[in-house]
Design a protein around this ligand. Structure first.
Ligand code: S3P
Length: 168
């Protein structure tokens, strides 16, 4: 089994992914963390010094590496679905899309200094809206299962995923 979480920034992919992996006794891989580990620097540093294009290359490489593991939950970064190659790679797992409203994203990223796309922007809401317009159709295209926003806690989201996967 290989479960892959996709969705916009601050949709809870990492937290939900980690908890889901514990519940199902699977390994957990966070692609953003793998990028940071292999580069030895933070994502903000990579965006700042190397630029977004280089970050996307690193992200694709770590996505490919993560797919060598079986029986795992993989949390991806919000922009992973931009590259067509990545979108086809996602077919190697069951893709779970965590749909999230702009309002929730804004609340969760209020004091965030880890997301360069928001740090660089002087209007976070507008930036999130622009990203949403481009990315939502791509998330939908890739998703096998969509978790609609409405569940309040990350644990409820985990329960809903387990339910939808018929693993109970
Ligand atoms: C990005 C999302 C981030 C991270 C990078 C770029 C994006 O991951 O990969 O800052 O393009 O939306 P999260 O979705 O975990 O915030």
């Amino acid at each position: 089994m290989r479960l892959i979480l996709i969705g916009p920034m601050a949709s809870g992919k990492s937290t939900v992914g980690r908890r889901l992996s514990k519940r199902l006794k699977l390994d957990f891989i966070d692609v953003d963390e793998e990028v940071e580990k292999s580069a030895g620097v933070s994502i903000s540093w990579i965006f700042d010094v190397e630029g977004e294009k280089k970050f996307r290359e690193r992200e694709s490489k770590e996505l490919i590496n993560s797919l060598n593991t079986n029986n795992c939950v993989i949390a991806t970064g919000g922009g992973v679905i931009l590259a067509e190659q990545n979108r086809s790679l996602l077919k190697k797992g069951t893709v779970i899309y965590l749909e999230t409203s702009i309002q929730t994203q804004l609340e969760r990223t209020l004091n965030d200094n880890k997301r360069p796309l928001l740090q660089e922007s002087d209007n976070a809401e507008q930036t999130l809206r622009e990203l949403k317009e481009i990315r939502d159709p791509l998330f939908e295209e890739c998703a096998d299962i969509t978790i609609k926003e409405g569940k309040n806690s990350h644990n409820e989201v985990v329960d809903e995923i387990i339910d939808k996967l018929n693993l109970k």
